[in-house]
Design a protein around this ligand. Structure first.
Ligand code: RB5
Length: 153
């Protein structure tokens, strides 16, 4: 498995720890984030990880900023991306099973590294269930692709 990881200046230490944790599991990690605590605009990392995921160059992405909010918002602007910010493992697991998320995000100012590891584990261990969820994921894609949603008319 190959994942991309990205972060801003607030999340350098957590990024290092999560990257090492993933590598210990034998996962190849492409790190496009900053390693400096100098101010770094989170959309840059969000965009870079999202592009790698959308192009199929990696199997998924992990994004970390102060809250996980800004960096996931940026990633979600890239076509084909379903990024979700989570502060606990249950939502991370369900985000894969029901929403087929391809990027998980969290906040270095919000959760500790052990919770972050649990979130990553649950997300990586879960599989998209398809079935009844596919129609809803397809609706999200319809909004993304057309700017409209037929079911809402
Ligand atoms: C940086 O100060 C902070 O705004 C950023 O890390 C993140 O929390 C944004 O959503």
């Amino acid at each position: 498995m190959k994942l991309a990881i990205g972060n801003d200046h607030v999340a350098v230490e957590m990024k290092r720890e999560i990257k090492a944790y993933l590598e210990e599991k034998g996962i190849e990690v492409v790190d496009v984030g900053t390693n400096s605590t100098e101010r770094f605009n989170y959309p840059v990392s969000g965009y870079k990880v999202a592009k790698l995921v959308a192009a199929g160059e990696v199997d998924g992405g992990v994004l970390i900023c102060g809250t996980g909010v800004g960096i996931s918002l940026a990633a979600n602007k890239v076509k084909g991306i379903r990024a979700c910010v989570c502060s606990e493992p249950y939502s991370a697991k369900l985000s894969k099973q029901h929403n087929n998320t391809n990027i998980i995000a969290f906040g270095a100012r919000v959760i500790g590294v052990e919770t972050a590891k649990m979130i990553v584990d649950e997300w990586l261990g879960a599989a998209y269930e398809g079935g009844r969820h596919q129609v809803r994921v397809d609706m999200i894609s319809e909004i993304e692709n057309t700017g409209e949603l037929a079911a809402a008319k």
